[in-house]
Design a protein around this ligand. Structure first.
Ligand code: NAD
Length: 479
């Protein structure tokens, strides 16, 4: 990674939950690794009035709490919090930008990072306010949190608004899944191993499954969730990003735009799910009570809701590489386990000359776990050394090695922002094409008037989702 020339990091929403749990700890980790320049000042912006020393002490406590003990050092944390200043301002007030200018005047000739960890309704006004005092120049970068829009039109309008004040090469849209070690590893596995990339197509792969399952219910996010559901909360962003990395064509270079061009192309080739194909291609669910825990309706305190807490789709990619290969994507809350995994199911050997003792020969399978553990396993068949006859059993090869603390997603992403590298950030056209696909899907279920199927809390999800399968193997169990 290139050395950073950033002189100031301005964190809008600096007293918020995300800032405390993820952003200060991640900045600290970049600081101790020398990726945040030692003379860089961090400005925390919020409406609160904070006394400098008390605020620094509060951040110190958050670092103690959220940084792993092996990476926390009293001395370094003290040096880090000394770089932090607090600016009290209300971004909805016109005089906010003069206040910001006063604090940032001496930094304006070099790159400043602005991180918008605030509600999305403020994004446009903040970008405009920064530009109104000409602090959007000289390498300035704008980092934007999710959610980015709530449909295609709103995402396009937000893109247009931000681009009035910042160029696309200055805008870093966060999807923290892109910062996960295992997701990065997909690129390494595919594009540095001929044994994988030469077999990465419909001729050799039977199906792909991508699962993001949570045990938690909606908790205190009910208001937000009930207007969005699993489709907008997870499918349009994280799941589409995972799909595009798994299935994209090799980029012509390992550069931000070459990679993002391929991701957009892939998303464009994802077949729309229209009203005719909907019932064969999508299942929505909503959790009811299970294991003594409340139902979704009890959690959001409503008599009825059409909001899905689970969604599964069978998707097809209409290009030469993937013609006919089903991609099964599912995500949901209150499921049997908390897991994020991608499973590549290879086709059986043909003809099947050698079988296992029970007469079956497992297909090869590549499993990429990205949460809670970051592991990669390859399942291959070998001779069963306990068997009298010549048969095979399956060995599980672990391809990941753990050494020291893995970089956390926000740490890695902030490192890339500081270095000015957009590879792991979502471009304007990627966001828009993913929304367009989801808008079509939502229109299809609304047209059919279908309500989510109930599923028991802590189960595998609605049984109707099993019917999406065209092959015999079915969903991987959620554990
Ligand atoms: P939060 O409510 O805890 O914090 C909001 C921050 O915005 C506070 O610092 C508050 O002072 C500041 N703020 C609010 N109105 C302001 C105003 N008028 N002027 C200046 N500052 C103002 O929110 P959060 O959970 O930290 O989330 C921040 C953003 O990140 C949201 O867009 C959220 O959707 C997104 N996000 C959060 C998480 C998470 O885990 N918390 C995860 C992903 C995305």
């Amino acid at each position: 990674m290139t050395n950073s020339d950033v002189v100031a990091f301005v964190l809008f929403g600096g007293s918020g939950d995300l800032a405390k749990r993820k952003l200060y700890p991640s900045l600290y980790l970049n600081f101790i690794k020398g990726l945040l320049p030692g003379d860089c000042k961090i400005f925390s912006v919020s409406r609160l009035s904070e006394e400098v020393q008390a605020f620094q002490a509060e951040i110190f406590l958050q670092l103690e709490r959220y940084v792993s003990p092996s990476q926390f050092s009293d001395e370094k944390a003290k040096a880090f919090v000394k770089c932090i200043r607090h600016i009290q301002l209300d971004v909805t007030r016109d005089d906010a930008w003069e206040t910001l200018e006063t604090h940032l005047e001496r930094f304006r000739h070099a790159p400043i990072v602005y991180y918008l960890s605030v509600a999305p309704r403020f994004f446009g006004d903040i970008a405009k306010g920064i530009a109104s005092v000409s602090l959007n120049q000289n390498g300035a970068r704008l980092v934007v949190e999710k959610p980015f829009g709530h449909d295609f039109e709103s995402a396009r309008a937000l893109n247009k608004e931000l681009r009035l004040f910042f160029d696309e090469h200055q805008i870093f849209r966060i999807d923290h899944y892109l910062g996960k070690e295992s997701i990065q590893n997909i690129l390494a596995l595919r594009f540095s191993n001929n044994i994988f990339e030469s077999q990465w197509h419909a001729g050799a792969i039977e199906s792909v499954q991508i699962t993001v399952a949570e045990k938690l219910g909606v908790g205190d996010r009910g208001d937000y969730y009930d207007n969005n559901g699993a489709s907008k909360d997870m499918l349009q962003n994280h799941m589409m990003q995972l799909l595009s990395i798994v299935a994209m064509e090799p980029p012509f270079a390992f550069s931000p735009d070459a990679i993002r061009d391929e991701k957009v192309k892939l998303l464009r080739s994802l077949r729309p799910i229209d009203a005719d194909s909907y019932s064969d291609s999508c299942v929505r669910g909503q959790y009811v009570s299970g294991q003594g825990e409340a139902s979704y309706l009890e959690d959001v305190d409503k008599e009825s809701s059409d909001c899905e807490t689970y969604i599964a789709i069978k998707g097809y990619i209409d290009n030469r590489r993937w013609a006919g290969t089903p991609f099964y994507l599912r995500t949901g809350k209150r499921l049997a386990g908390g897991v994020g995994e991608i499973v590549i199911n290879f086709k059986p050997s043909n003809p099947e000359l050698i079988k296992s003792k029970d007469g079956l020969c497992s297909n090869n399978k590549l499993v990429i776990n990205f949460q809670p553990d970051q592991d990669i396993f390859l399942f291959i068949n070998k001779k069963d050394n306990q068997s009298e006859s010549f048969s095979v059993d399956t060995a599980r090869l672990q391809l990941s090695t753990k050494s020291g603390d893995l970089k956390q997603p926000y740490e890695r992403l902030l490192g890339h922002v500081l270095a000015g590298d957009q590879t792991l950030f979502v471009r304007d056209d990627e966001i828009e094409v993913a929304w367009k696909w989801l808008d079509q899907l939502a229109a299809s279920w609304e047209q059919g008037g279908s309500s989510p199927y109930p599923y028991k809390g802590f189960s595998q999800g609605p049984i109707e989702a099993d019917k999406l399968f065209v092959e015999s193997n079915g969903w991987e169990p959620i554990k």
